[in-house]
Design a protein around this ligand. Structure first.
Ligand code: IVH
Length: 685
């Protein structure tokens, strides 16, 4: 028998967990560390296991588990899910036409005041209907044909933590919430990166990813896909009559615990609609998710009712589109480009298409495996995607459109006959690496050019005016071999170059001269050491103070720097063990490149300083506190939640969401045994 105290405790735990899930998943502002959350969660799990009668359908523990389905059951929508009319004119006139139509239908004269619209983003995902009865999520369904959709309750519960299992505050007895399931761009990229590393199929775009995940028959697979949700409307509602504007509806949705996108705006009159469209277009690339346009809705619910519907579309709303971020085009050729570190990247040469706001004629194929997995061939019709600042890529092939004379399956090694297309050096692909590389190093003109461009870059030595055309000529015509050669260039060498007048030659010489005064961080970054980005270069400069210290450091010493792991450390040691690189550094300094140095940080750094660990689950022998204090004694930070900054996750039995997060982010996961190995290694300290 459950006594009152136990059931009260269970309710308290459910409420607490729900509150913290909302803070974490919806507001992105957690109040407690993950460890605290886990504690609450485990206590509830234990209670429910002990007293199964305590289990409620909205218990947060009900998000995990679930059985594999044979198929989805069709459900009829209580209120049809309509679509929105799309304003075909993607220019400003689209907004004007909508306002004019609404005013006409309401019988308004020109002298009548302007109408208020609520403008939202048009999220590019999958519409769903969430039904709550007595405040509890009882059903989630896809839009389907608008009349009936598929029952996807189980997946929604498991895969979308942003969707509350029960409502917060006062709510009507029956409430249907409508909105869009989508995948954030960073989640999409991260998921695909993980798939690529494991040689598994990648998702074509965030929209398909969202739709495909929700329609996954195995809820465990669905739960691995990082999905998000925005609420933007209502379906059937019983017992809530006092709302008057769409704006109020959105506020109330947020109060019930739903994520509501914050980019909405009230716009008065047609001109304000145009401005919203323009503002969002300018912001589109910077958004965390894909949109395909904006939606204007008449704000007053009374006017919405008055306007009503035509066929399957409301007269009170319209979608105003943006240029598409995906287009179909044909692959003319597949080139292989040589990057700064020798990486060989297959690039599709395309029939030019207008996509994501620019004309695209090259799209990356990432690497050989990816090209083969997608089976991209010359002559294929492909989907080109350009979203945000991401470089255009081939997202997929339309196999059914492959012509009879299409090229053969891509084979990088055979295509190049094992040789770098630029310098003829042997190409290599190391075990476990996705990329082939040219082994020519700076002997390879392609790598040299890229290295020079990197060296001169704005965040590196900042040599203004040294762009790719110029670098091309300096390498090919003037035989510039290394960055050091830049500092001995004279007028005579420059004025001979194409499109180089006396004035621009002087400017360039001045920019080169100017670059001599730099900082250690910039200099280290400019060297172009593999795996050393701008942030790492800054950390290295700060830690070592002087270049000599950095050049002398071994792998162990390097790993004392925050965020420097074995791979980065190895790249640095390898770079400075190459005599050619030492010579270049020496020559640069002799030519007057200089910076202020400071002493190496005096404090003796602990071996794990700068490393962040997260502990999760029950370890076989160590207690959490013990593991934590031993890690801290070695200088590590032990954090409560997994993020991109986490270096290692140590997982024991029944590790939950933190383990999932680590896998998702590609954070290395250790067992207790591995942790003990580390402790043994540092015992001497
Ligand atoms: S409101 C009666 N608002 O667009 C109006 N829809 O063609 C019902 N969509 O299936 C929809 N963002 O998937 C609305 N802010 C937004 C939206 C939105 C995306 C999608 C939704 C719907 C389709 C309508």
């Amino acid at each position: 028998m459950v006594n009152q105290e136990v059931s009260r405790r269970a309710k308290h735990l459910r409420d607490e967990i729900k509150f913290h899930e909302h803070r974490y998943y919806v507001l992105d502002a957690p109040l407690i560390p993950d460890a605290e959350y886990d504690k609450l969660y485990r206590e509830l799990q234990t209670l429910e296991a002990q007293y199964p009668e305590l289990l409620t359908p909205d218990s947060p523990t009900q998000r995990v588990g679930g059985k594999i389905l044979d198929g989805f059951v069709s459900v009829r929508h209580a209120v049809p899910m309509l679509s929105i009319r799309t304003e075909t004119d993607i220019r400003d006139e689209g907004a004007m036409a909508f306002d004019a139509r609404v005013r006409r239908e309401l019988g308004l004269a020109e002298s009548d005041p302007q109408l208020d619209y609520l403008c939202e983003l048009k999220f590019d995902g999958l519409a769903i209907n969430l039904r709550y009865e007595q405040g509890i999520l009882v059903q989630a369904a896809t839009r389907g044909d608008g009349e009936s959709g598929e029952n996807v309750t189980q997946n929604v519960k498991h895969a979308i933590r942003q969707i509350p299992l029960s409502l917060t505050g006062d709510y009507p007895p029956v409430l249907e919430v409508r909105g869009e399931v989508y995948m954030r761009r960073d989640d999409f990229e991260r998921y695909n990166e993980g798939q690529r590393l494991q040689g598994l199929p990648t998702l074509v775009n965030p929209r398909n990813a969202a739709a495909g995940s929700i329609r996954q028959l195995d809820p465990a697979l669905a739960a691995r896909r990082p999905l998000s949700f925005f609420a933007y409307g209502l379906g059937e509602v019983q017992g809530w009559a006092w709302r008057t504007t769409h704006r109020e509806v959105l506020d109330q949705l947020a109060a019930w615990g739903f994520p509501v996108d914050e980019n909405y705006r009230i716009a008065r009159g047609a001109q304000a609609l145009v401005e919203f469209h323009r503002d969002i277009a300018a912001k589109r690339d910077a958004l965390a998710f894909d949109i395909d346009g904006v939606v204007y809705k008449v704000n007053s619910l009374a006017l919405q009712e008055q306007l009503g519907f035509v066929t399957r579309e409301p007269r009170w709303a319209v979608a105003h589109k943006f240029p598409a971020e995906e287009q179909l085009t044909v692959v003319r050729a597949i080139d292989i480009q040589v990057g700064r570190t020798g990486k060989l990247t297959p690039v599709a040469k395309l029939e030019p298409v207008f996509v994501g706001g620019t004309t695209v004629s090259n799209a990356t194929l990432h690497n050989e495996d990816e090209t083969r997995r997608k089976d991209v061939r010359i002559g294929d019709t492909v989907i080109v995607r350009r979203a945000g600042d991401v470089i255009p890529e081939v997202a997929g092939v339309l196999l059914e459109r492959r012509p009879a004379n299409a090229g053969e399956a891509f084979d990088l090694f055979r295509r190049l006959q094992g040789k770098c297309p630029v310098c003829g050096s042997t190409i290599v692909r190391e075990e476990g690496e996705a990329d082939w590389r040219c082994s020519g190093g700076l002997f390879c003109p392609a790598q040299r050019k890229q290295a020079l461009l990197h060296f001169a870059g704005r965040r590196a030595m900042d040599i203004e005016g040294l762009g790719d055309k110029l670098v091309e000529q300096l390498v090919d015509v003037q035989g510039v071999h290394s960055p050091a050669d830049l500092y001995v260039l004279g007028m005579s060498a420059l004025v001979d170059l194409e499109r180089m007048g006396e004035k621009s030659a002087l400017n360039l010489l001045e920019a080169i001269e100017h670059s001599k005064h730099t900082t250690l961080a910039r200099f280290v970054y400019a060297l172009g050491i593999r795996n050393v980005g701008e942030a790492t270069a800054k950390d290295l400069a700060k830690h070592f103070g002087a270049l000599e210290n950095l050049m002398r450091a071994d792998e162990a010493a390097l790993q004392l720097v925050p965020d420097v792991g074995p791979i980065v450390a190895q790249s640095i040691v390898m770079f400075f063990s190459e005599p050619h690189n030492i010579e270049v550094v020496k020559a640069l300094r002799e030519h007057g490149v200089q910076w202020a140095e400071h002493e190496m940080q005096a404090v003796r750094e602990l071996p794990l300083a700068g490393k962040t660990f997260v502990l999760t689950g029950t370890l076989p022998s160590l207690s959490r506190d013990e593991a934590k204090s031993r890690l801290e004694a070695l200088g590590a930070k032990v954090a409560g939640s997994v993020s991109k900054k986490t270096n290692f996750v140590v997982a024991g039995a029944e590790a939950g969401s933190k383990l999932d997060k680590a896998v998702e982010l590609g954070v290395p996961v250790w067992s207790e045994a591995e942790l003990n190995e580390l402790f043994t290694q540092y015992k001497a300290i």
